[in-house]
Design a binder for this molecule. Structure first.
Ligand code: KIV
Ligand code: NA
Length: 264
């Protein structure tokens, strides 16, 4: 979408206009997504899985994210592009500044970091130095070795309350968006209501302010395992463009994600 900005995305939340997002890793798909009217794109560290064939996102480096961000930027000059800060590239606020600068120079409009309380200082530091930040709570793929697998998060009352508290703290620290991954839909709804910033869900139910999918999942290109929240939009479309347009339409009209894609 031409000239998308963080303030336009915030206004979409206020007017209950659903935000539709997808990951992108190269210029050709970025161009297609921009033409279809995707609201913003994420150069996700999921590129470790879907581009590199790794079994987790941990091997991905800042240089690789920067390389793909440059490609996406060339394909979609006017798009709002978020870039993931990969594993261990933001261990300290100082390191986060050095590494985030590489992604901003590569063409990102915003960087995304996984985690809660331990990131508050880092987010304040980045935002003060003019790097917009998206936070990421719920399932944190960079923490897969701590979590013991890719599992739904925030099911227990105490975990849900803790996630709400951390989401508010991240917003207070200056985060301007939040990605919420793999939580019960009731928690997705509660956090979206409590926060002023847009909450973008993946496996977080239909009540978040927007949705994001890994582009390969949107096209049904899943090799081994199929998460519950994923839908193959190409199955009901004649070509790639129609599939993207169907995804956008179904998020905007509230029909995706449906109950079958949602954790209760
Ligand atoms: O890397 C990624 O693709 C992501 C999305 C799943 C939100 O972080
Ligand atoms: Na990611």
């Amino acid at each position: 979408m031409a000239g998308m900005t963080i303030s336009k995305l915030s206004k979409m939340k206020a007017s209950r206009d659903k935000i539709v997002s997808v990951t992108a890793y190269d210029a050709s798909f970025a161009k297609l997504f921009a033409q279809c009217g995707i609201d913003f794109m994420l150069v996700g560290d999921s590129l470790g899985n879907v581009v590199q064939g790794q079994s987790s996102t941990l091997p991905v480096t800042v240089e690789q994210i920067a390389y793909h961000t440059e490609a996406v930027r060339r394909g979609a000059p006017d798009a709002f592009i978020m870039a993931d800060m990969p594993f261990m590239s933001y261990a300290t606020p100082e390191q986060a500044c050095v590494e985030a600068a590489k992604l901003m120079r590569a063409g990102a409009n915003m960087v995304k970091l996984e985690g809660g309380d331990w990131l508050l200082d880092t987010i304040r530091t980045l935002v003060e130095r003019s790097v917009p930040v998206c936070a990421h709570l719920g399932l944190l793929p960079q923490s897969v070795n701590v979590l013991g697998g890719y599992k739904i998060q925030g099911r227990e009352q105490s975990a849900a309350e803790n996630t709400v508290r951390q989401a508010l703290a991240l917003q207070q620290a200056g985060a301007q968006m939040l990605v919420l991954e793999c939580v019960p839909s009731s928690l997705g709804q509660l956090i979206s209501q409590k926060l002023d910033i847009p909450v973008i869900g993946i496996g977080a139910g239909a009540q978040t302010d927007g949705q994001i999918l890994v582009m390969h999942d949107m096209f049904g290109l899943n090799s081994d395992y199929l998460p519950k929240f994923v839908k193959n939009f190409l199955a009901d479309a004649d070509d790639l463009q129609s599939a993207v347009e169907l995804y956008i339409r179904q998020v905007k009209d509230g029909s995706f994600p449906g109950p079958e894609h949602t954790f209760e």
